[in-house]
Design a protein around this ligand. Structure first.
Ligand code: F3S
Length: 320
């Protein structure tokens, strides 16, 4: 972790008796160090999607994203001021507009509809998701079954399923494998954000149901896990921890849970207004991290606010 700020005030209180003789030197330090986790904020796929939207805006496009581009109201608000709006279905796109496919990806049918209606389509599907889509599509073309480990209601899974609809099964865990039929040379892949152990447990269960060879390809993206590991290693060292992220962002809520295991004063906040100064009284070290949809400008703003609070607080350590 790196210190992002070091609120430091030194007050020298020299006491003189007569002439120049120094009887005591009292130095009061006011210190509140803000430490940021080694991994935080935008993941590769989200950063790329935002950059692609910004490029389209720079070209003068009227940009409409299919579903919210990211789970962060502040960043969505910023993009809205540049004219970016959200649609819920391809039918809402108009000729002359640019449609954006977000990082989760969509089914080939949805993409085709967007291409038919929009003047331009910006495909911001995360390359890690594209890889899962291609693997599923290829296995289906070889008439093999595809087992995808994930949440069937998640947009990423809906998109992947669309690449092999007649050959795919989406299962959450081992228990759901029991309901599957015999599987023909199955391919096992995963939603990019699931737990590794769950994936391998399902893969083992699939092998027991397979006719022919089972191909297991771990398609889990490490971004979520890296953020959690970094937060976990910092949480034991700090007196308070702020997790910046949307209240509806599942990866931000998970970060909060990870920090709470070791740091009782862990808070999920969306903006600097939610910092309660009283929570920081007496804190020497404050941790900071952010979910994968939290933009850097917001992290910097909140880091700065913590720095200001640190300077103002009465966290005094007297050295005599
Ligand atoms: Fe892509 Fe991983 Fe982010 S799959 S969208 S880089 S969490």
């Amino acid at each position: 972790m790196k210190p992002i700020s070091f609120a430091f005030n030194q007050i020298s209180d020299n006491i003189f008796t007569g002439g120049l003789e120094i009887l005591s030197l009292r130095v009061i330090y006011k210190i509140m160090e803000v430490l940021i986790a080694d991994e935080y904020g935008f993941c590769f796929g989200v950063e790329r999607a935002v950059e692609m939207v910004e490029e389209a805006l720079a070209e003068g496009d009227t940009v409409r994203t299919l579903g919210p581009l990211i789970h962060n109201d502040q960043e969505m608000g910023r993009l809205a001021t540049h004219g970016v709006s959200t649609i819920n279905a391809p039918v809402q796109i108009q000729r002359g507009e640019t449609a954006v496919i977000r990082a989760h990806g969509v089914t080939p049918q949805v993409e085709a509809e967007l291409r038919e209606k929009a003047s331009k389509v910006v495909d911001a599907t995360c390359p890690f998701v594209t890889k899962v889509q291609k693997l599923a599509s290829r296995a289906a073309a070889q008439d093999r079954h595809v087992v995808v480990v994930g949440n069937p209601d998640h947009p990423e899974m809906i998109g992947v399923f669309g690449y092999a609809p007649k050959h795919s099964f989406i299962v959450r865990d081992v228990a759901e494998v029991a309901a599957l039929p015999r599987l023909k040379n199955p391919l096992v892949v995963s939603q990019t954000t699931i737990k590794l152990q769950n994936f391998y447990d399902v893969a083992e269960a699939v092998k027991a149901k397979a006719d022919g060879e089972t191909q297991v390809v771990n398609t889990i993206c490490s971004a979520t896990r890296d953020r959690q590991d970094a937060a976990r290693s910092l949480a034991g060292e700090v007196d308070a921890f702020y997790i910046i992220g949307g209240r509806h962002s599942s990866n931000s809520r998970k970060l909060l849970a990870v920090c709470q295991e070791q740091c009782e004063k862990s808070f999920l906040i969306e903006t600097e207004d939610e910092i309660n100064v009283e929570d920081l009284r007496g804190a020497r070290k404050v941790g900071l991290t952010a979910g994968a949809s939290t933009p850097n400008w917001l992290i910097e703003k909140i880091g700065k606010r913590l720095e200001e609070i640190g300077i103002g607080l009465d966290n005094e350590m007297a050295v005599t």
